[in-house]
Design a protein around this ligand. Structure first.
Ligand SMILES: Cc1cc2nc3c(=O)[nH]c(=O)nc-3n(C[C@H](O)[C@H](O)[C@H](O)COP(=O)(O)O)c2cc1C
Length: 203
C-alpha cells in the first residue's frame, strides 16, 4: 500500500476555488482535483469528499464555478475556503467575488474561471466524482496558475512576518499566531482549523 501512496503523491495538480450557491448564500471550498475530461462538450470532473458541505450544496444546486488560483492569489483565499466549513460560517464574507452565470467567481488574482452544470455524480468511496459541462467562462489572465507543489513550497510553508517579533505558524493550515505559542493554555486550538498547539512551528 505504501508504494501506491508514494506514487499517488507524485501526481501533479493545480489549485482551485470551487464555489456554489447555498440558496442565496455563496459557499465552496479549495480543491486540487479539477480536470478537463473532454472537448465537445467541454466537460470537467471534480473529486469531492462526501463530508464536505460543498458536496451537499453542489448535489442539490446542480451547479458550481471553478476559479483557477494563481501564484499571486492571497494565502487568505486558501485558509478561508480550505480549512473551515460552510456549515459553520459564511466563507466568502471577507473575499472579493463577482457573480457570473448566477455563481460566485473569485476576484482574487486568479488565472481564469468558468461555470459548470452538473451532468452526473459517481460514488468513489470517500469521494464523489462529479462530471459537469462548462457553460460560461471569464477572460483568462496572464497570471501563472498555482500548482499543488507551488502551494506546498511557497504558500503553506512560506516565511512570515518581519523577523522582529515571535510568530508561530500552524503546520496544518498556515495560520500565523503572533507571540509565543507556549504562553497559550494547553487546550489552545488553532482558530482557523482547530488543531492543538503542538501543531504550531516557530516561524
Ligand atoms: C490545498 C488543498 C487542496 C484540497 N483539495 C481538495 C479536493 O480535491 N477535494 C476535496 O473534497 N477537498 C479538498 N480540500 C479540502 C477542502 O477544501 C476542505 O475540507 C474544506 O474545509 C471543506 O469545506 P466545506 O465543508 O465548506 O465544503 C483541499 C484543501 C486544501 C487546503
Amino acid at each position: 500500500m505504501s508504494k501506491i501512496s508514494d506514487n499517488m503523491k507524485q501526481l501533479s495538480y493545480g489549485l482551485y476555488a470551487v464555489l456554489t450557491m447555498d440558496g442565496d448564500r455563496p459557499t465552496g471550498c479549495i480543491m486540487n482535483t479539477v480536470f478537463q475530461i473532454s472537448n465537445d462538450p467541454v466537460t470537467v470532473a471534480i473529486g469531492i469528499n462526501k463530508n464536505n458541505y460543498t458536496a451537499d450544496v453542489i448535489r442539490s444546486s446542480g451547479c458550481f464555478s471553478v476559479s483557477i488560483l494563481s501564484e499571486q492569489s492571497p494565502r487568505k483565499v486558501i485558509t478561508d475556503l480550505g480549512f473551515r466549513s460552510g456549515r459553520d460560517c459564511n466563507k466568502l464574507e471577507e473575499l472579493n467575488y463577482s457573480m457570473v452565470d448566477g455563481l460566485p467567481v473569485l476576484n482574487e488574482q486568479i488565472s481564469g474561471a468558468f461555470t459548470c452544470q452538473v451532468e452526473s455524480v459517481a460514488d468513489a468511496g470517500t469521494h464523489y466524482l462529479i462530471l459537469a459541462k462548462v457553460s460560461e467562462a471569464v477572460d483568462a489572465s496572464e497570471l501563472r496558475p498555482m500548482t499543488y507543489r507551488y502551494y506546498h513550497e511557497n504558500v503553506k510553508n512560506a516565511p512570515v512576518g518581519d523577523g522582529n517579533s515571535v510568530k508561530y505558524v500552524c503546520d496544518i493550515c498556515g495560520y500565523v499566531h503572533e507571540g509565543d505559542i507556549n504562553d497559550e493554555p494547553d487546550d489552545y486550538r488553532c482558530p482557523m482549523c482547530g488543531v492543538l498547539k503542538s501543531y504550531f512551528k516557530k516561524a
